[in-house]
Design a protein around this ligand. Sequence first.
Ligand SMILES: NC(=O)C1=CN([C@@H]2O[C@H](COP(=O)(O)OP(=O)(O)OC[C@H]3O[C@@H](n4cnc5c(N)ncnc54)[C@H](OP(=O)(O)O)[C@@H]3O)[C@@H](O)[C@H]2O)C=CC1
Ligand SMILES: O=C1O[C@H](COP(=O)(O)O)[C@@H](O)[C@H](O)[C@H]1O
Length: 571
Amino acid sequence: MSASVRRPLPRRFLKVAVSRSESELNTCRALLSSGTLETQLPRVSTGCAAGAPGRAPPGHSPHGTAGRLRANRDPPVRRRTPRGQKWQGEEVDTSSLAEHDTIPADADTRVRTLLILGASGDLTGRLLLPGLARLIRLGRTDGLNLVGAGSDDWTDEQWHERLDESFAVAREKADDAGRASLQQVRNNSRYHFLDVTKDGLADLVQGLEGPVAIYFALPPAVSQLACSALGPDSLPKSTRLVMEKPFGTDQASAHQLNEKLAGLVPEQNIHRVDHFLGKATVFNILGLRFANRILEPVWNNLHIEKVEVIFDEDLALENRARYYDRAGALRDMIQSHLLHVMALLALNPPSTLHERDLRDHIGSVLRASTVDLDAPGSSRRARYAAGTIGDREIPDYAAEPGVDPEKGTETLAEITVSINNERWSGVPFILRSGKALGAKRKEAVITFRPVNHLPVGFSGQDEPTKLRIGFGPDTLQLEIDVNGPGDIFSLDRATLSANLNETDLLPYGEVIEGVLAGDPTLSVRGDTAEDCWRIVEPVLQAWSEGRVPLEEYPAGSEGPTAWPSSHGRKE
Ligand SMILES: NC(=O)C1=CN([C@@H]2O[C@H](COP(=O)(O)OP(=O)(O)OC[C@H]3O[C@@H](n4cnc5c(N)ncnc54)[C@H](OP(=O)(O)O)[C@@H]3O)[C@@H](O)[C@H]2O)C=CC1
Ligand SMILES: O=C1O[C@H](COP(=O)(O)O)[C@@H](O)[C@H](O)[C@H]1O
C-alpha cells in the first residue's frame, strides 16, 4: 500500500523584529546592562514565518496542518518573512532574552561583503560557490560583494574562471535577471593573495565594505592559526566569522578556539557550520514533530523503543586522505553532524524557532547525552577492505595514497548515545556513519514499542511500527501493521509514503543565507560545539587504547555482519 502526499515545506524562521525606534532599543540595552530588564523591558514585535509551529485560531484551517501552514502565510495571522528582513507581527514578551539576544545598534546588519579564505580549495569550488550562486540567481543576496583570498598567487581572471565554473549550473537555470545578477557578482569580485596565518587579514577586512563575513574555508589548523594572528579588536564588531568543521580537535581545543573567537566578535556573529542543519529534511524534523498533533504524545520512552540515525555512503575516500585519515568516521560525521540530527529528534518543543529558543533546546539535549562505555556494543568501528561498488573497484582503504594504515582510522563508526532525561531515559540513540558501503542509506528510523496487548486471534507477525525520515532522497515512511491479504485475521505490513519537498536552496546556500542575514539559527553555538566533543571523547579514548577492536568490511557490503545496524535497511 502506498499513498503519496506532497505539501509545502514549512518556512521556519522566527525573527526578533526591529520595529521599535532606535531610542527605545537603546533603552532596552541600557536596562539589560543595568539588570532591570525583567520588569521594565518594553515589548517588541516578533514575527513567525509560515510553518513555524505557532498557533492558528481554532477552525482557521480547513485542511488540517497543511492548511494551517498555508493559512499562516496570510495576514492578519502571520506573514512569511525572508531571513534578515524586518518583521511587523504579533507581540511577544522578550523578557527572557539574554544579552547576546539584544538587537544590534546597527539596524542594517546585513552582510555587504563575503570574503572567502581558501578560495582555491575543494569546499569553495564544489559546495560554497554553487550554494551562493543559487542564492544570487534567486535574487536573495541584495548587492553582495564577493571577495576571494588564498595562498595561491591567482589573478582576478583565474578567480573569475573558478566563479564561472562553480556558477555554471545556476547560470543555466537562471532567467535573464538571475543571469545578470550572477554576472555582476562575478565581474565585481576580486581576488587577494594572502597567507592568512601572517598579518594582513585584518587590514584586508578593514578595506572592505562592511559588515564583512569571513568564511574560513581552510584546513582547520590553518583557520586556528589565522584566528590567532588576529589581535583583539582588530576586526569591526559587526564582522561575522564562519568556521568550518571540525571545530577544534577535542573539547579542550574547541574551548580555546571559542575563547579566541569571543575576543574578536560577539557570539551572535560566530557561525560554526554544520551544513546538515541546512538540509531541508533535517530541519523538517521540527515541522513533522511539532506541527502535527499525532506524534508528540508518543514521542518519548513510553512509546519509543529506539532511534537510529544512519548515514551510510557509497562514496569512498575521494582523494581526501590528507583530511580524512586524521578524522575518521566518528569525527567526520557523528561528532560534526549526526549528534545535531539526534538533538532535533529529541529536543523538547521550543516555544519559537528563534535561534535562542531553538539552540537552547538543542544544547539541553546534548548536555544530557553520554555514551555508556560499559554497555556492550556501545561503540563499534571498522575499516573497509578492497571490494566493488556497482562497477567501481574500490582499493583497500589502508592501501590508498596518503593513508597511514598504522593510524587505524575507521571508515565506519557507530555509537549508542543515552539522553539522560525524563523523556528519553532508557531509549538508545544509535548513530552510525560510514564510507564505501554497498548502498546509500541516509535516514533516521524511529522504532516504536509493541502494543500493550494484541487481541488474541491474530495470526502472522506483529512487527513494531517504524517511522523513517529519509535524508536523501527526502522521504517519510510510516511502516504499520494492517490486516490481510486474503485472511482478515492475519497481519500484514503496509507503508505510508510521502516525498518531502525540497527547498529552493542547497544546504550550503541555506547556511550562507543565515550568515548574510545575521541569523545564527542554523549555526552551532559555542557551548554545543564543545559538548559534541565531550560526548565522543571517551569513545575516542577507548579506541586509541585498543579497547574496541577495529573490524573490517569489504567495500560494497552492508558493513560488518555482526553489527545489528548492518541489517536494518528497508528492502
Ligand atoms: N571539501 C569538503 O567536501 C568539505 C570540507 N569541509 C571543511 O572545509 C574546510 C576546507 O576544506 P577543503 O576545501 O576540502 O580543503 P582544501 O585543502 O581543498 O582547501 C584549503 C584551502 O585553503 C588554502 N590555504 C591553505 N593554507 C593557507 C594559508 N596559510 N593562507 C591562505 N590560504 C591557505 C588552500 O590554498 P593552497 O591550495 O594554495 O594551499 C586551499 O585553497 C575544512 O575545514 C574541511 O574540514 C567541510 C565539509 C565538506
Ligand atoms: O561533512 C561531510 O558531509 C558529507 C556528506 O554530506 P552531503 O551533504 O554530501 O550528503 C560527507 O561525505 C563528508 O565526508 C563529510 O566531511
